[in-house]
Unconditional design. Structure first.
Length: 202
């Protein structure tokens, strides 16, 4: 290994240490430590792979970014087998986080919007899903099913609940051929009623 130092005796000059090693018979730059008159310092690793850590069992490996007002910390949790970010993460512009492959990802296509993309299915598994805001569901096939109870309600008694009122001529089917439909209050029909069988019980 050789060390090449740039002259730094004059305070107006930039300076650096260059570490060179023999690689296939050629003296090759391994990494460089540089400083400038502005006080900035940098390390340039002229390598395709860099390993951190001693390989000791049970020891987490941390990378600390030492800044003036706020520091950053990235940790490799050795026993748990995952990275832990101790600070917020900001994905710049439309950059994305991929899962499994490049067809499943989370990103923001425009400011103020979060996009969740999957090439087959998005599954949300939770005991409760709380949506606060306007819910717009649009698709070629939409199905609501429940293994216990399915309730559709509105606490706003003025607006109520509307079904298929935006498009004229939309047919509406309620109930199975062998099921029973119960109307618990007044039933107002503004159009024509076609009743195949009528059973009126007082």
């Amino acid at each position: 290994m050789t060390i090449v130092a740039t002259d730094v005796t004059n305070g107006s000059e930039d300076g650096q240490f260059e570490f060179d090693v023999m690689k296939s018979g050629t003296l090759t730059k391994a990494f460089t430590i540089a400083s400038s008159t502005s006080g900035a310092q940098s390390i340039d690793f002229n390598q395709d792979a860099v390993t951190f850590g001693t390989g000791t069992a049970g020891n987490d490996i941390t990378l600390t970014f030492d800044a003036e007002d706020n520091d950053g910390l990235l940790s490799w949790m050795e026993d748990e087998d995952y990275f832990k970010f101790s600070d917020d993460i900001l994905m710049n512009s439309t950059e994305r986080i991929n899962f499994y492959d490049t067809a499943i990802y989370i990103y923001s296509s425009t400011d103020g919007q979060l996009d969740i993309i999957a090439d087959t299915e998005i599954q949300i598994a939770a005991t409760t899903m709380d949506v606060n805001g306007i819910l717009l569901v649009d698709g070629s096939n939409i199905s609501l099913d429940s293994t216990a109870t399915l309730n559709i309600d509105n606490s706003n008694t003025s607006n109520g609940i509307t079904i298929a009122t935006a498009t004229s001529g939309v047919p509406i089917s309620i109930g199975h051929a062998t099921s029973e439909t119960t109307v618990n209050d007044n039933l107002n029909v503004t159009g024509t009623s076609v009743l195949a069988t009528v059973d009126i019980n007082a």
